[in-house]
Design a protein around this ligand. Structure first.
Ligand code: HEM
Length: 205
C-alpha cells in the first residue's frame, strides 16, 4: 500500500518547518551579532556590511535561477544585491575588501534546488528581521534607505506583506518530507555561512 500522498499532507507547512528548525541557529547568530556592536560606529557597521555583502553574493545566483523562477513568481525583483553594493559604496569600503567578499560569496555551491530554497528562505527572512537593525542604523549612525542602510530597508509594499507573499509561495511548493528536509539543511547552511563571515570579519573588527 502506498502512503505517498499521506506523507505529503501530513507534513507541516514548509515555512513552519524552516522557522522551527532554524530557530536555535538564528537566535545564536542574532546574539552573536548584537554582542559585537555593529552599530557602535560607522567603522564597525562597515564590517557588518562586508558580512552582508558575502551573503548577498552567496545568494545572488538564486535570484537568476530558472527553476526557482518557476516556483517564486517575481523572484528577481526581491534581490538585494544592488542595494548592498550601494551601501558598501556609500560607506567607502575599500575595493580590496569587496573583491575578497564577493569572491567568497560566489564560491558557494548548491547541491540541489531544495537546498537552494532553504538558502532563499534564510536570505528573505533576514530582511523581515532587519526592521530592528534598520532603526539602529538610522538612530545610531544617521544612515537610511537612501544612504548606507538600503539593504536593511523594508520593501515599498511593506516589510510584513512582502514576507507574507514569500511565505505563501514557499508553502505552495509540492515538496515531500525528504525535499523539505533538504530545504531545512540549506537554510541551516546559509545561517552557518553567515556565522562564519561574522567570525571572520565582524569579530575581528
Ligand atoms: C542582530 C541580528 C539579527 C536580529 C536582531 C534579528 C531579528 C529577527 C527578528 C526580530 C525576526 C522576527 C521578525 C518578525 O517576525 O516580525 C527575525 C526573523 C528572521 N531572521 Fe533575523 N535577526 C538578525 C539577524 C539575522 C540574520 C543575519 C539572518 C540570516 C542569515 C536572519 C534570518 C532571519 C530569518 C530567516 C527570519 C524569519 C523567521 C521566520 O521564519 O519567521 N536574521 N530576525
Amino acid at each position: 500500500m502506498t502512503v505517498a500522498t499521506d506523507s505529503k499532507t501530513a507534513s507541516p507547512p514548509l515555512s513552519r518547518r524552516l522557522k522551527d528548525e532554524t530557530h536555535e541557529i538564528h537566535d545564536s547568530l542574532d546574539s552573536r551579532i548584537s554582542g559585537l556592536s555593529p552599530f557602535l560606529s560607522r567603522a564597525h557597521y562597515a564590517c557588518f556590511l562586508r558580512v552582508q555583502l558575502r551573503f548577498q553574493h552567496a545568494t545572488a545566483r538564486l535570484y537568476e535561477d530558472a527553476q526557482l523562477h518557476g516556483w517564486f513568481e517575481g523572484l528577481p525583483r526581491r534581490s538585494r544585491l544592488n542595494l548592498i553594493e550601494a551601501d558598501c559604496h556609500d560607506l567607502g569600503l575599500a575595493e580590496t575588501f569587496l573583491v575578497v567578499d564577493r569572491s567568497i560569496g560566489r564560491s558557494v555551491r548548491y547541491d540541489d534546488p531544495y537546498e537552494a530554497v532553504g538558502w532563499l528562505y534564510t536570505n528573505e527572512g533576514s530582511n523581515l528581521g532587519a526592521a530592528f537593525l534598520f532603526k539602529r542604523a538610522e538612530q545610531a549612525l544617521g544612515l537610511g534607505a537612501d544612504f548606507g542602510a538600503r539593504h536593511l530597508a523594508g520593501h515599498p509594499e511593506g516589510r510584513g506583506l512582502h514576507w507574507k507573499r514569500f511565505k505563501a509561495q514557499l508553502d505552495a511548493l509540492p515538496f515531500n518530507d525528504d525535499q523539505q528536509g533538504k530545504a531545512v539543511a540549506g537554510a541551516r547552511d546559509a545561517f552557518a555561512f553567515v556565522r562564519e563571515a561574522v567570525e571572520q570579519v565582524l569579530a575581528r573588527s
